[in-house]
Design a protein around this ligand. Sequence first.
Ligand code: HEC
Ligand code: HEC
Length: 452
Amino acid sequence: MNRVRAWLVTTLLLVGACAGFFLYKVKKVSADDFKHHDNNFKFQNGDRATDFHALGMIDRGRNTFRYATFGDEDFWGGTLQLHKAIEGQKLGGIGGGVSPATALAVGLKVDVDALPPSLLRQLKQGKVNLNDPAVTVALLKLNAVVGLTGFFDHSGNLKSLGTQCALCHSTVDNSFAPGIGHRLDGWANRDLNVGAIVNLSPDLSSVAKVLNVSESTVRTVLNSWGPGKFDAELFTDGRAFNGTKSGAVLIPPAFGLAGVNLHTWTGWGSVTYWNAFVANLEMHGKGVFFDPRLADATRFPVAAQNGFDNVRSDVDEITPKLADLHFYQLALSSPLPPPNSYDHAAARRGKEIFNGRAQCSSCHVPPLFTEPGWNMHTAQEIGVDDFQASRAPDDRYRTSPLKGLWTHEKGGFYHDGRFATLMDVVNHYDTFKSLHLSNQDKKDLVEYLKSL
Ligand code: HEC
Ligand code: HEC
């Protein structure tokens, strides 16, 4: 009897334990389930949705910045026939072709991450002929030339060429060789000779027509730009020269722009305004652009005559990319200077002068180093001529954000590079504003500028 009772109790206990475990499990699963739904909801609508969305935008924006041509190959390849100049007569193009050595010499950069290991090995061993245009074409095929995309037919022949933002606004870290390395997006390519590259085109008659001048005048103007410079305003007002000096301006950095109100040297508009401007009017991508300020035929004769104030392409390859592109650009932070690239104690003293006696911070407000608000000044306020300011709607210069100055010393400072060094900039302010800075003050100020 006792045995039967013991057996019954054991069975009951076992069944009970199983039922309890089962119930516990079921309850746990349903609780998890609930949590899971909650997560799903949060994922689609809450903070995590924002994080996820932001990462997606950066990813797509980076892709646009580096690789999108916006359909501009119909202009650079189709109209200007630049791809023919690159491949040269031997490969079915025109002229001698562009060798990798020439491409690097005009400031084009090669993305080392796009090169297969076998090619890297051959390059290291000096087995690649850098004087052969066929190698340039092979690099284009690998999508390894920063800012240029080759378009190939089924037989592998170069058929067209497009340009990207990265052409002017990225460089490489030279980690493999000079001009060959990992991409640095947002860094101004001050080696790039845009004028010389465009001048390779065998047919600039379309540009001549837009500007209402002869083709040889177009070539003279392009030759006047020099490395690190471009003249976006030329295609609005046709004013190529400031007296005898070229009207081209330096390529500015495209990092550290978050929080900055107006952009370009002369404050044409916001980042996304300018992105649309460039993609439509300068790169000749296919999109929509609207700015009635350009309809003013007195100030902007070229733009008014060509209807640049209201561009409507049949297919819009630009507008759908603007949001992500904008977001990516705002996400590009200013690179920090190498720790040994400036004197830390002097920089600390320079900071005091910047914010104090020299009154730099009245315009360059830290930590943005431009004014929150309408960050614009007349030429008289900063002691320079107003040629470039007068080519933009507000007749002013935008207070340049100063972070990462150390990345773009080449080509000089101010919009046209008129000050070769930071010391020249400081001397200019010292004289113009009668600051009475000592030589030591000036040196300290320069060290501070290098530290930003
Ligand atoms: C041919 C060279 C070139 C290409 C290509 C180019 N830019 Fe620029 N970019 C410039 C120059 C030069 C300026 C200065 C323009 C001025 O002030 O007149 C500039 C200015 C800018 C600025 C303003 C930066 C600041 O200081 O506030 C932004 C943003 C910018 N570009 C984004 C882009 C984007 C996005 C693309 C691609 C859609 C692009 N650029 C393509 C040369 C280029
Ligand atoms: C009245 C406002 C104002 C004051 C004060 C001022 N700046 Fe500037 N700064 C500007 C503007 C505007 C520019 C853009 C000039 C141009 O586009 O050519 C500029 C440009 C610069 C640049 C060149 C940036 C580049 O990318 O080429 C440097 C460097 C600079 N300022 C440093 C200083 C220092 C140092 C002081 C103090 C001694 C100072 N600034 C005082 C308005 C000001």
